[in-house]
Design a protein around this ligand. Structure first.
Ligand SMILES: Nc1ncnc2c1ncn2[C@@H]1O[C@H](COP(=O)(O)OP(=O)(O)O)[C@@H](O)[C@H]1O
Ligand SMILES: O=C(O)C[C@@H](O)[C@H](O)C(=O)COP(=O)(O)O
Length: 335
């Protein structure tokens, strides 16, 4: 049992909103991008990765977003369909926008970075009229992520989705997903993040992301408990703060605190940890599991994904996560 209630009468389990992009992951690893000549193309974008993760875990999943009217946009929609994701609310943007690209650099298993091409991207062209009240109403939960708040009209579309969700008893997840590329100032970032976080039931982010959102607050010690209390004064019921290889901590508004373990991993690259963690955590919470078990699932999914080359393509199934946890329990570890 956890402190969230999902309305079982709603036909759709989960809808993610926002960024549908392309990841181009360096094939030649353990070197700087200047020396990389080939990349493998995957569907990417934090909400896309999380939606794919939830669908792999067997949840009935949909997406609300815009893709460019080009080969990349069609690749994304086809991939979502192949992964059983409802794309009826994915709109082809015909304004001349392009698909956002993320090039990933894997200098070493611990030294990874991303280079984003985010000029005139289709995902930020999402409009309020693209968000249908009925679509949100019919879902048990929705996910928004921070990057969609960076520009209009996407920002207004996200706020409308949150309004519909709160009106119809739909659980709202907010993955802070801060990307420096699309924001113009620390102040703008903090203000829009705060406005969204106030409307959400579950907040998930790294310590650095919460610090950005709390730019105007007085949490000089970057204290997780202070952060949690601050958002419990609004709508939040779960505040989860991720600390990379040091695990994670979740607070609930009934005063409990849970520490998330980390699973052993043969780390290929560090990105993808957060998205896979979020997908499996949300899955666990939607099964009604207690927070500790949902966090364990999240950490196991993250360990699996960072041991692989991709993010979306590597999202594990329930069987894979179960097997991984079993292997780790029996001391077999990662192979
Ligand atoms: N090196 C690692 N080894 C094993 N698990 C990891 C490692 N790095 C991250 N994780 C797992 O992924 C979760 C999220 O990672 P984190 O790096 O904090 O998120 P993000 O990718 O959003 O920055 C962590 O709480 C942990 O469970
Ligand atoms: O979010 C993006 O646009 C890029 C992602 O697809 C990328 O793979 C990534 O950086 C994942 O981020 P993380 O899960 O927060 O580490």
């Amino acid at each position: 049992m956890n402190n969230l209630t999902f309305d079982s009468r709603k036909p759709m389990d989960f809808i993610a909103i926002g960024r549908l992009c392309i990841d181009l992951n360096a094939n030649e690893i353990n070197r700087p991008m200047e020396e990389v000549t080939t990349f493998t193309k995957y569907v990417g974008g934090s909400p896309a990765n999380i939606a794919i993760g939830l669908s792999r875990l067997g949840m009935k999943t949909g997406f609300i977003g815009r893709v460019a009217d080009d080969q990349m946009g069609r690749f994304i929609v086809n991939y979502l369909k192949q992964n059983q994701i409802d794309t009826s609310q994915v709109i082809v943007d015909r304004s001349g926008s392009v698909t956002g690209l993320t090039f990933t650099e894997i200098k070493s298993p611990t030294d990874c970075s991303i280079l984003m091409y985010r000029e005139n991207t289709a995902d930020l062209r999402l409009e309020p009229n693209d968000v249908k009240e009925e679509t949100i109403q019919n879902a048990k939960a929705i996910l928004i992520t921070g990057t969609a708040l960076a520009k209009s009209p996407s920002r207004e579309a996200v706020f409308l989705a949150l309004d519909y969700a709160n009106r119809h008893g739909v659980v709202t997840f907010f993955d802070l997903d801060y990307r420096p590329y699309t924001w113009t100032s620390a102040e703008e970032t903090a203000i829009y993040y705060k406005l969204a976080a106030e409307k959400c039931d579950v907040l998930i982010g790294t310590r650095e992301e919460f610090d950005r959102m709390e730019h105007f607050d007085r949490n000089d010690r970057h204290d997780d408990a202070v952060t949690a209390r601050r958002w419990f004064d609004c709508r939040a019921r779960i505040v989860l703060i991720k600390h990379g290889k040091n695990g994670s901590v979740a607070y609930t508004n009934d005063g409990q605190c849970y520490t998330g373990r980390v699973f052993p991993a043969k780390v290929v690259k560090t990105f993808g940890a957060g998205d896979s963690y979020a997908a499996a955590l949300i899955y666990g919470l939607m099964q009604g599991w207690d927070i500790a078990k949902a966090m364990e699932y999240g950490a196991a999914a993250a360990a699996i994904v960072i041991s692989s080359h991709s993010c979306s393509e590597a999202m594990p199934t329930v069987e894979q996560i179960e097997r991984y946890i079993q292997q780790c329990r029996s001391g077999e570890g990662v192979r």
